[in-house]
Design a binder for this molecule. Sequence first.
Ligand SMILES: [Cu+2]
Length: 183
Amino acid sequence: MRRTASPSRIALLCLAIAAGGCVAAPSAPASFLPGTPASPREFNLIASDYAFIPSVVAVFPGETVLIHVVNGGLEPHEAVIGDAAVQAAWEQVEAVTATHPPGPTPVVSVPPGVAGVRVFVASGRRVDVEWTVPADAARPVDGSGTTTREWYVGCHIPGHFEKGMVVPVAFLATVPGGPSATP
Ligand SMILES: [Cu+2]
């Protein structure tokens, strides 16, 4: 059966995430410094059937991280990093792969503006992905200064997002004098 991913369904999913997954900006431990291109901050992101650990991915705006995406599940998984538009774009294009057997999904693509960062990980494997977090990732996007872009890490292998394979990205306060500190 072919699975469809209507924009309205994706919008509902994103709203559900936003409603249930509001994340206050956490404080970073003193020893928790932003990564740089020369020395990315490394951490693990574990994918299982069907969830991510940790339940919140915390990063500093502007830092470079090296994420070790480990697939501890029996199914293939992916990690797509991006805002709601990125998540919706991948959910839509990957829906056409629903009838394919398990394994690497057929080649699908989305426009560059909503591509985000995407890595595929087979069962039992680890794939590292480097990501330089946009410096303005946490800045308000509206005039009131209260609405910010919502970022997520999601898996869009058909059915996985709906089963809960999405976690929010939270932005840590920059460290005064640190590599990503703003003037
Ligand atoms: Cu998955």
